[in-house]
Design a protein around this ligand. Sequence first.
Ligand SMILES: [Zn+2]
Ligand SMILES: [Zn+2]
Length: 202
Amino acid sequence: MKLLEYTGGLAETNAYLVETAEGWLLVDAPEGVLDFVRERKIRVAALVLTHGHWDHIWDAADLVAWAQCPVYYHQDDELLITRPELMRDFGLPVDLKPVQATQFLKGGEEVDLVGKRFRILHVPGHCPGSICLYQQEEKTIFGGDVLFAGGVGRWDLPGGSRELLIEGIHNKLMVLPDEVIVYPGHGPATSIGQERRENPYL
Ligand SMILES: [Zn+2]
Ligand SMILES: [Zn+2]
């Protein structure tokens, strides 16, 4: 998979750019990613938001306006993404612009994103609308803030649940092959096998 990584913003949030025959798919939109793609003249053909937390949607509205591309996310985070001011009491450091979904992702379905097939896994617990994007042939998963190298997403924010998160990781991620590489929303990439062996939360 041809992949570019970008890390930016106060929470050092990762975004991933996947190149396909039809253009680039962007996973998440942290602060600064719009400048990053503009400088490199990358044509973003679609944006997926793994969930609605501010650090992942910071540049989303401006990026979508610039790229004129469709945007996909889970309906359970619609309120966070269309009314981001609701998170002001929970550490939102800025006024963010709302982003309407072109189409909602549900979880369980296979979708074609910029000509590439992904299975959508809905894993709530960190955020109600947290999704992971699984590309089976290339053994790659874009996980958002669900599973990290040696950690899991925090569950203490509004709508969070430790039980749901751990259960979802076991039932939807840990059933995947060991070799699957996980690209998380923060920190370095890992693999399902490594987390199966070493992650103290699982
Ligand atoms: Zn988050
Ligand atoms: Zn995050």
